[in-house]
Write a protein that binds this ligand. Structure first.
Ligand code: LMR
Length: 342
């Protein structure tokens, strides 16, 4: 009976979602002509305004609205204000929104190869991560959601992640024992915490501040710009600069929407995406640097900067993860990432 009720609920939810499909983003004029079509495009994301993702989205909006002479309108919904981690993908599939730019490690359920940003100490900086996702293997992974009617368009970096927690300073792998960390999700991040003797739980970004405040988890890993803009340092006491994993995004769109644009319209939207990519890539590093300064100025967290020897200790403990995930992620994908990181 319970199973039947659950199935019925899932069925009703799906019918509801399909019924809610928005056609606003399907062009209303000039589909077959060369005129720019009238469109309303929605871009939803989960982070704050002062982040590379939002700045990229704004650059994209400004370009598209200007170049289309106002015929194309782009609405941006930051801070999980329209959809959050739990529902933005389904709503992209349903074409209720036309762009999302999620942290790729949130997609490992669709394809374990999206675990690349979670591979410990794989990339030292944005340039290396960009080189992987712009390369052949990276593009292959980004196009792996085709069966859902979703197209991966362009990688936008945020940066390296660092640990915060409310219990004590962390400077060696042993210091994580018994603590519980929030992750963005996915098997590799879970294995990292298991290897370090800690627990982990995946929690949507929009619920993270409250989860930290209420002690649901002791800590989390994130970029400086996410920590600063969401004020996680208000509810954490320690921060260790680690750069052990990354937050990297890709802009995804709905294929049906994408294919519904005529050549003139698509040219503007594609150029808008390129403008957004340029800004997101150019701003990521400086926004993280500025965010670190702000965190230091606020003085809420005690900051631990690891020595190269201390980083090496973490690296050693986490090294077996590469062997553990070689088959699932693919030796070819890991090798391509290594080459990009050289
Ligand atoms: C997080 O959930 O911590 C981040 O992935 C959020 C984001 O989109 O940067």
């Amino acid at each position: 009976m319970k199973k039947f009720a659950i199935s019925l609920f899932v069925l009703i939810s799906m019918i509801f979602l399909v019924a809610c499909q928005s056609d606003e983003a399907i062009p209303v004029s000039g589909e077959s002509s060369n005129e720019v079509q009238e469109l309303k495009i929605k871009f939803a994301h989960v982070v704050a305004e002062n982040t590379p993702k939002h700045k990229g989205a704004v650059a994209m909006k400004e370009y598209i609205e200007k170049e289309s002479g106002g015929k194309i309108e782009v609405e941006i919904y930051p801070n999980s204000s329209l959809f959050g981690d739990q529902d933005e993908y389904q709503n992209l599939v349903a074409n209720n929104i036309q762009f999302i730019a999620p942290d790729l490690t949130k997609f490992v359920g669709n394809n374990p190869q999206f675990n690349v940003p979670a591979l410990p100490f794989m990339f030292d900086n944005d340039e290396e991560a960009i080189a992987f996702w712009d390369g052949e293997k990276g593009k292959e992974v980004l196009s792996s959601l085709k069966n859902d009617g979703v197209l991966g368009l362009s990688m936008w970096p945020n940066g390296g992640k660092h640990l915060t927690n409310a219990k004590h300073a962390i400077s060696s792998p042993e210091d994580l024992k018994g603590l519980k960390f929030r992750t963005q999700g996915g098997q590799v991040l879970e294995s990292i915490y298991t290897a370090l003797g800690a627990g982990s739980e995946s929690i949507p970004f929009g619920e993270l501040y409250t989860a930290l405040d209420q002690g649901v988890v002791d800590g989390q890993e994130n970029t400086f710009s996410n920590i600063e803009s969401k004020k996680f340092d208000e509810v954490q006491k320690y921060m260790t600069i680690m750069n052990h994993t990354r937050v990297d995004y890709a802009v995804f769109t709905n294929t049906k929407f994408w294919d519904s644009m005529n050549a003139e319209t698509k040219k503007i939207v594609e150029a808008g995406l390129a403008a957004g990519t340029e800004v997101a890539r150019a701003e990521a590093k400086s926004l993280n640097e500025k965010a670190l300064e702000t965190i230091k100025e606020r003085g809420n967290v005690e900051i631990v900067e690891l020595t190269p020897e201390q980083i090496e200790e973490f690296r050693k403990v986490l090294e077996p993860i590469y062997e553990e995930y070689k088959d699932e992620i693919g030796a070819d994908v890991i090798e391509a990432a290594r080459q990009a990181a050289e």
